[in-house]
Write a protein that binds this ligand. Structure first.
Ligand SMILES: [Zn+2]
Length: 294
């Protein structure tokens, strides 16, 4: 296996095992404008892909699985801002809203193995905690406006995060049986992302630390779907307002659109994203150069 090191002063703790070819993705949801958190993610995604060799690919996936919140004008703005920043994807973009037949086939596979059941619980009834399995043995009819869940076993999932090191999660304790499709017919983020990563042969998922808790359940779901080898994962730092407070839209100065309108250059926006992440100016120059195509 070939190994390569990320630049010396970066936050990564370990060399990255480099599958041939490396396939990663940038996968924004068109539910708002591009902000500095996306920019940091894009820097990681494109830098790692470009540094890993000429055959590495960055796929662009529009995660518009939530039909109520996704808007074409946000998608258009995301694409335009990405281009302005200098991030060019490899190949055609994909939209989750156009992949329903693939998700349906993946669901059918789980159903055929007796792993799914209908769930009539509302989000309000469940709250934000673990789903306790209320509908597991109710044998409800899927067609009556019910959601669909997949049964998770009590397995412990272990994975080696490329930045954070060895991790252990027990999804059945963390979240309970996973919602695959909600009561309104929307495919869930967890399901659509896992199916897409599998079908698109994504072998490195690069995303923010706020999604670290989702990883064990995604690895388990991928295995239930039949994926032999789960992708590798790298969870990067989030942009912080202070050591304990995550930067949010309400803090202002985070939207790429707003910064552009105020005359910022692409380099300055990339600089801002990396400095908020605690990375050095030298890294910024290196990254900026790396992410630009001739
Ligand atoms: Zn239920």
């Amino acid at each position: 296996m070939i190994f390569w090191s990320f630049f010396a002063s970066a936050a990564l703790t370990a060399p990255i095992p480099n599958p041939e070819p490396l396939i990663t993705r940038f996968a924004p949801a068109p539910t708002g404008f591009l902000h500095l958190g996306h920019v940091l993610n894009a820097i990681y995604v494109w830098d790692i892909a470009r540094a890993s060799g000429p055959d590495a690919r960055v796929l662009l996936r529009i995660e518009d699985h939530d039909r109520a919140r996704s808007r074409p004008e946000y998608e258009a703005a995301l694409l335009e801002d990405l281009q302005w920043l200098g991030f060019a994807a490899d190949g055609e973009l994909t939209r989750q809203s156009e992949r329903g037949a693939l998700y349906e086939r993946a669901l059918e596979h789980l159903r055929g193995r007796g792993l799914t059941y209908a769930c009539e619980c509302s989000r309000m009834e469940i709250g934000s905690g673990r789903y306790p399995g209320t509908c597991r043995d109710k044998h409800l009819d899927e067609s009556g406006g019910a959601g669909i869940r997949v049964r998770l076993g009590p397995m412990r999932e272990r994975f080696d995060d490329l930045r954070l090191g060895p991790q252990e999660q027990v999804p059945s304790d963390q979240c309970g049986d996973l919602l695959v499709r909600d009561r309104h017919g929307n495919w869930t983020y967890q399901f659509a992302a896992v199916v897409d990563d599998w079908l698109q042969n994504v072998n490195l998922v690069i995303r923010g630390e706020d999604l670290l808790d989702s990883t064990g359940r995604q690895i388990q779901l991928a295995r239930l779907l039949g994926r032999a080898q789960p992708p590798m994962f790298l969870h990067h730092e989030l942009l912080m307002k202070s050591p304990t407070q995550k930067l949010s839209k309400s803090d202002g100065d985070t939207g790429v659109r707003d910064l552009r309108e105020r005359g910022w250059t692409a380099e300055a926006v990339i600089d801002r994203a990396t400095s908020l992440a605690g990375l050095s100016r030298d890294d910024v120059r290196f990254r900026t150069r790396m992410t630009r195509r001739p």
